[in-house]
Design a protein around this ligand. Structure first.
Ligand code: GDP
Ligand code: IMO
Ligand code: MG
Length: 421
């Protein structure tokens, strides 16, 4: 059986912490999409670690971690991350596997990402500049190079051919930066990558399923950044939703068990694009400060706002969410009053549906007010001990979504989590 943990908002919901928390109950944790645009934060031995490429189960000895075919892989980031993980005494030869069909992010993909963003001016996506879009373009355009190609004697020839093609595009953009240093570290990292466990991901994972092993698929980004169902074009370039698990790992839909959706108790977004409940004011500033809302990958300040139940309901529908984990509830401790968006007003009409194009006309949020709990909840470990006001807030969300919040996370630490009975 394959359970899934994924983000229900615009990313950074706390997936890393939650995957790390649940990983001990699984035999294998697999990433199925995205690349180093992801930044998943966890605390190991009280030290903060941010993972970009390696699944968040890697710190549990005995748990196998798989980078699936749906991921795009930057060997340079991977090498750096492997060094960090190994410094905790983790033997990557034993617990990290990489699917041979995984597409490689080349230095020129990063350059193209940067050039494309620059050319968009104020319509830029706010990409992480990690080369995600151009790499997925080469995948669907049937040009890309994959991890398995590394073992082919013609790899260098294929690399040069693709690089030339990219150079013509870069010339079109008038991109002048020298990327020689990027290429040097890329080739060095490729030698490192070749020494890791490169496997046929689809047979690997299906053999695990047949052997009755428990698998956890770890999403990156969030449902509202999905290439099909997110706020296009302000999205990432992969299917971040549960459907992406099947194509991103090579497993059949009937193997999917629980789909665990992670949402913050409020909402954030980093990069461009519509965000109906954004608080572009002192309140938003306070959420950012208390929630330490700065990008784990780029360090950019995250835009902050109230929880958006219209968007969450949409995400639950698209993903088939069976359980919800609400993170960062403790960040709301400081607020006397809270708001929850229950409806959008679009062209004077109220609606509970996410419209086709949110950026042309950003929906006006309609809020329901709640009393804040105004007390330190980060030390609480049982649902009964949570203030009545917190439970009222959670109950309302449960009722609206028709899917229950099963866990409330109230701090970044591994033990800071409350089971909802
Ligand atoms: P991800 O990309 O979904 O894994 O999330 P990020 O790691 O980018 O961002 C989540 C941030 O919130 C990280 O700094 C986490 O350490 C932190 N975090 C996770 N859960 C909680 C929580 O319940 N409370 C607080 N205060 N911080 C949390
Ligand atoms: P995790 O896994 C938050 C955003 C970028 C940009 C858009 C496209 O940590 O939740 P891309 O580099 O993918 O071409 O950028 O998507 N974005 C994220 N925002 N968390 C992430 O990952 C993100 N990955 C990409 O800011 O707006
Ligand atoms: Mg993140």
């Amino acid at each position: 059986m394959v359970d899934v943990i994924l983000g229900l908002q615009w990313g950074d919901e706390g997936k890393g912490k939650i995957v790390d928390y649940f990983a001990k109950d699984y035999d294998l944790v697999a990433r199925f999409q995205g690349g180093p645009n992801a930044g998943h934060t966890l605390y190991v031995e009280d030290k903060k670690v941010v993972l970009h490429q390696i699944p968040s189960g890697v710190f549990h000895k005995g748990v196998i971690n798989l980078i699936g075919n749906g991921v795009v892989l930057d060997p340079v980031t991977l090498k750096r991350e492997c060094d960090t993980v190994a410094s905790f005494g983790i033997d990557l030869k034993k617990n990290l596997f990489i699917a041979e069909r995984t597409h490689l992010i080349l230095p020129t993909h990063r350059a193209l990402d940067k050039a494309a963003e620059l050319s968009k001016g104020n319509q830029k996506i706010g990409s992480t500049l990690k080369g995600i879009g151009p790499t997925y373009m080469d995948k669907t355009g049937r040009n890309g190079l994959r991890v398995g190609d590394l073992l082919d004697k013609n790899f260098t020839t294929a690399y040069i051919k693709l690089r030339l093609k990219h150079q013509r595009l870069l010339d079109n953009y008038n991109f002048q930066e020298d990327i020689t240093a990027w290429e040097e570290e890329f080739f060095e990292a490729l030698e490192f990558l070749k020494e890791l466990n490169i496997v046929n991901g689809e047979y690997f994972i299906n053999e695990q399923i047949r052997a009755g092993k428990k698998i956890l698929a770890e999403g990156a980004q969030g449902s509202m950044l999905d290439i099909d169902f997110g706020t296009f074009p302000y999205v990432t370039s992969s299917n971040t939703i549960s459907a992406g698990v099947c194509s991103g790992l090579g497993i059949a839909p009937h193997h999917i068990g629980d789909v665990i959706g992670v949402t913050k108790a409020y909402c954030t977004r980093v990069g461009g694009g519509p965000f109906p409940t954004e608080l572009d004011n002192a309140m938003g500033e306070e959420l950012r400060k208390i929630g330490n809302e700065f990008g784990a990958t780029t360090g950019r300040p995250r835009r902050c706002g109230w929880i958006d139940l219209v968007a969450l309901n949409f995400a639950c529908m698209i993903n088939g969410v069976t359980k919800i984990v609400m993170t960062k509830a403790d960040v709301l401790d400081a607020f006397e009053e809270l708001e929850v968006c229950t409806d959008y007003r679009i062209d004077g009409k109220e609606s509970r549906k996410v419209p086709f194009q949110m950026d042309r006309k950003i929906p006006e949020p309609i809020y329901k007010g709640f009393k804040g709990w105004h007390t330190d909840t980060s030390i609480i470990r049982s649902y009964e001990a949570l203030p009545e006001t917190t439970r009222t807030y959670v109950d309302f969300i449960n009722g609206y979504l028709g899917v229950k919040v099963h866990y409330i996370s109230n701090g970044p630490g591994r033990d800071q989590i409350v089971l909802v009975p």
